[in-house]
Write a protein that binds this ligand. Structure first.
Ligand SMILES: CC(C)(COP(=O)(O)OP(=O)(O)OC[C@H]1O[C@@H](n2cnc3c(N)ncnc32)[C@H](O)[C@@H]1OP(=O)(O)O)[C@@H](O)C(=O)NCCC(=O)NCCS
Length: 270
C-alpha cells in the first residue's frame, strides 16, 4: 500500500490538449526563468527578458508533447480567477511580452488559469523535430550541451533500453509547477500518476533528465513495482563543456545543481 497521501479532491489530473498549450508553455517558461536552480541562477539580472525569449522558442517542445497524448496536467477545480475576463473564457494568460518592467510576481499573477502543474512527455520512437528544437538551446545556454553530456556519460548498452517501436519508452521532458503552488506535492502526484498511466498504456520504461533535486528525488524513488535508476550525472559547477573547436567552458556556472539522467523501469522484459 502506498504511504503517500492522496491528492486532495479539489485537484484533478487530466491529459493536456491543444487548448492548454499556451498555459503549459507559460508554466514551463516562468518556473524555469524564475525558479530553476539552473537557469534563474545563470540569468540573475535578466529574468524577465529571458522569460519572454524562452516563451518564444517553446512551441514545438510543448505542441509535440501535447500531440503525443502522453502529457498530463494538474488542474485546480476550485481555482479563484483574478480577473472576471479570465473566468469568462475558463482561464487566460495576460502576458504582454513588450512589458519589460514586469517582474516574476507580476508575470505570475498574469497566469490566470486553473492549470497548476504539468508533466510533458512524448513517445521515444517519435522524437522532436530537432530543427524546431534548436532555438530552445540557443536561448537556454548549456541545455542541449548538458543533455548530450549526460547521454555520453550513460554507459548502458543502448539496446538495453532504447525503443525499437512506438509505445515502449516514454520520454519525460519538462515538468513544472506554478511557483506560487510549489511544495504541495503537485509535481510528485503528477509524476506517480504518469508512471501508472504509462505502465497501463504498455510502456516498459520512462527516460527523464532531472535538473532539480525534487524531480530527481521523485523519479529515482518510484513506487514499487517500478524501479528508478540514475544512469548518469554531472554537476553544473564542475561540468566543463568542450565544443567542436576544442574550446572549453563552464556553461552552467554559477549554478551548482546536480543534473541526473534517470531511467524508470515500469516492466521487466521477459
Ligand atoms: C521542480 C518543480 C517541478 C517541483 O514542483 P512542486 O510541485 O513544487 O514539487 P513537489 O511539491 O511535488 O515536490 C515534493 C517532492 O519533492 C521531494 N523533495 C523535496 N525536496 C527534495 C530534495 N532536496 N531532494 C530530493 N527530493 C526532494 C519531496 O520528498 C516530495 O516527494 P514525495 O512526494 O515523494 O515525498 C517546481 O519547483 C518547478 O517548476 N521548478 C522550476 C522548474 C524546474 O526546475 N523544473 C524541473 C526541471 S527537471
Amino acid at each position: 500500500m502506498s504511504s503517500k497521501p492522496a491528492l486532495p479532491a479539489r485537484y484533478e489530473i487530466r491529459p493536456l490538449g491543444p487548448e492548454h498549450a499556451e498555459w503549459a508553455k507559460a508554466i514551463v517558461t516562468h518556473s524555469n526563468a524564475f525558479g530553476s536552480p539552473v537557469w534563474s541562477v545563470i540569468w540573475p539580472d535578466e529574468l524577465t527578458i529571458c522569460n519572454y525569449k524562452v516563451f518564444d522558442t517553446l512551441d514545438h517542445m510543448i505542441d509535440h508533447q501535447i500531440a503525443s497524448g502522453l502529457s498530463i496536467g494538474l488542474f485546480d477545480t476550485e481555482y479563484q480567477y483574478k480577473r472576471p475576463e479570465s473566468a469568462a473564457t475558463g482561464g487566460k494568460l495576460w502576458w504582454d511580452t513588450t512589458d519589460l518592467s514586469a517582474d516574476g510576481d507580476k508575470l505570475m499573477a498574469q497566469m490566470d488559469f486553473p492549470l497548476l502543474s504539468v508533466a510533458l512527455s512524448y513517445d521515444g520512437f517519435v522524437p522532436f523535430d530537432m530543427s524546431k528544437i534548436a532555438p530552445v538551446g540557443a536561448v537556454l545556454a548549456g541545455f542541449g550541451e548538458s543533455i548530450h553530456a549526460l547521454e555520453a556519460l550513460d554507459k548502458r548498452d543502448p539496446a538495453s533500453w532504447k525503443p525499437t517501436g512506438p509505445g515502449q519508452v516514454l520520454m519525460r521532458n519538462a515538468t513544472a509547477t506554478k511557483l506560487d503552488e510549489g511544495g504541495k506535492g503537485l509535481m510528485s502526484h503528477l509524476a506517480r500518476y504518469l508512471m501508472r498511466r504509462a505502465a497501463d498504456q504498455g510502456f516498459r520504461g520512462i527516460q527523464i533528465e532531472a535538473y532539480n533535486d525534487r524531480v530527481t528525488g521523485v523519479w529515482s524513488n518510484p513506487p514499487p513495482p517500478f524501479k528508478g535508476e540514475i544512469v548518469s550525472s554531472l554537476n553544473a559547477w564542475t561540468w566543463e563543456h568542450e565544443n567542436e573547436k576544442g574550446e572549453r567552458a563552464y556553461l552552467l556556472r554559477p549554478s551548482k545543481q546536480d543534473l541526473n539522467k534517470i531511467y524508470v523501469t515500469l516492466r521487466e522484459e521477459a
